[in-house]
Design a protein around this ligand. Sequence first.
Ligand SMILES: *[C@@H]1O[C@H](CO)[C@@H](O)[C@H](O)[C@H]1NC(C)=O
Ligand SMILES: *[C@@H]1O[C@H](CO)[C@@H](O)[C@H](O)[C@H]1NC(C)=O
Ligand SMILES: *[C@@H]1O[C@H](CO)[C@@H](O)[C@H](O)[C@H]1NC(C)=O
Ligand SMILES: *[C@@H]1O[C@H](CO)[C@@H](O)[C@H](O)[C@H]1NC(C)=O
Ligand SMILES: *[C@@H]1O[C@H](CO)[C@@H](O)[C@H](O)[C@H]1NC(C)=O
Ligand SMILES: *[C@@H]1O[C@H](CO)[C@@H](O)[C@H](O)[C@H]1NC(C)=O
Length: 482
Amino acid sequence: MAEIINKLCTIILIVRYVTAEVNERYYPRYHLAPPHGWMNDPNGFSIYKNDYHLFYQYNPNSSLEPGIAHWGHAKSKDLFHWEHLPIAMYPDQDYDKSGVFSGSAVVDADNLILLYTGNVNHPGEDPDHEQHQALASSSDGVNFTKYSNNPVIQGEEHQPNFRDPKVWKHNDTYYMVLGNSFQNNTLGRALLYASKDLISWKQVSILDESDGSLGYMWECPDFFDLRGRYVLLFSPQGIKPQGDKYKNLYQTGYIVGDFDYKTNLFTPVTEFRELDHGHDFYATQTIVDKSHRRIMVAWFDMWEQNYPERTDGFTGFMTIPRVLSLTRDGRLIQKPVKEIGTARGKLLRSGKADRGAAVTLTDKAGEIKIKAEGNKDLEVIIEASNATVTLSYNYTDGRVSLDRGGADGLRRTKWRPRGKLRWLIYVDASSVELFCGDGEVTFSSRFFPDGPTAVRLGDESDVQEFVVNAMKRTVLKPPKGN
Ligand SMILES: *[C@@H]1O[C@H](CO)[C@@H](O)[C@H](O)[C@H]1NC(C)=O
Ligand SMILES: *[C@@H]1O[C@H](CO)[C@@H](O)[C@H](O)[C@H]1NC(C)=O
Ligand SMILES: *[C@@H]1O[C@H](CO)[C@@H](O)[C@H](O)[C@H]1NC(C)=O
Ligand SMILES: *[C@@H]1O[C@H](CO)[C@@H](O)[C@H](O)[C@H]1NC(C)=O
Ligand SMILES: *[C@@H]1O[C@H](CO)[C@@H](O)[C@H](O)[C@H]1NC(C)=O
Ligand SMILES: *[C@@H]1O[C@H](CO)[C@@H](O)[C@H](O)[C@H]1NC(C)=O
């Protein structure tokens, strides 16, 4: 009986999602987006009872502002066909009443456990908010109960910016990396905590901190090993633009180094490097899945953009999940997970192509593969009646760029193909993701094309392969808008 009622509740919820007013013109076909309302950071990325679970910062009330954060929730077998689930956590406790902020998940003895930041605002006071770490758990992956003795970490000495716990288990100990701001909120850092039971936590080290060049606050830190090295991945706020670097309002990047679980000390061996070079990439979250892949997703948006989708009933989506690997010289490589094949549709064209060749995408979505000579310029244009994104490789100066036009439209970074030039491009209603070569350089940017959207080779760009596939709708279709 309970099960039937649960099923009915789920059906009613789905009907409510479908009838929510979302205009589909910019709504993604194969990226996860909120059913309606506002989405920001991915949270609680996990695998529980054979499903991928992905939570996110969610305002169900409005797509115009983040509001008071809830945790939205979706699950999937393949990272593309997502099923929306009921809101996992509401801001309904004294310690999280101003926002159930970002956090992560671990599976412990058949329970899905969430660790997150409870935010409490104190308007007009100094500081005007405080943040503590809290725990919630579920035995069915849908219904979450907050721990009765929350918060589990007070962190008086680290107030007021003390958030975004990312938890993992090593041997028989749980570790948590947390974002923090110190010296009167002028410098960012990542703190490391340890616990045997997820309840009682002790700070064991400061993993790394800003010397002034890496911002005033580090959000959404993550820490993991790849190839015997350790990667500290985080989203610093307050780094100033420097030439082609750090041009977004906030950045996301990483430092590679060595780590010793006996001393809990991290020794960086690389400088900080931006992970993506587009306009819209923030607040990453990673997991290791059953086939030992380190999979990452990011919020495919940026603060303070006011993109036109906000008046369409939704804001924000997630990037394509990407597998991370590390090169010998400490650079992260990103590849779309192979499950992207489950979203691949009809082949629209293949084979070589001459300059000017063009293909109209189906439903504003597609996968485009390019192979060309590595010692020539290349230009690929994605265009609709009122929006254009130009992707270019400049052989002379060894840089690749994405230009979406308008104010601050250009993003650019150094890149040279090894041998042939290979690009993999994903377009989805209001987004483009470019993977260069093996994924050593990526660009993720939003753009807002109206009407039929096409991909065209530049006036001097002859290529050896120009393969275009349609992409299927794998995300629940919102109703038709105007
Ligand atoms: C948001 O929606 C919830 C119900 O989902 C409601 O209880 C709450 O009052 C709303 N908050 C605001 C600020 O509108
Ligand atoms: C969720 O779990 C709590 C605690 O186990 C229980 O009291 C409540 O009835 C559950 N709610 C649903 C909808 O299953
Ligand atoms: C954890 O386990 C690994 C492999 O089993 C072992 O080498 C190591 O000494 C253990 N302890 C710590 C603190 O890493
Ligand atoms: C922080 O600011 C307060 C008030 O402005 C000042 O008294 C204090 O010395 C500062 N502390 C640090 C560590 O800079
Ligand atoms: C295209 O037009 C729509 C309105 O029809 C607008 O919302 C959108 O911002 C425009 N895009 C660009 C790049 O101008
Ligand atoms: C490529 O870069 C060089 C050096 O910055 C510049 O002179 C040239 O105009 C660029 N080529 C194109 C096609 O933009």
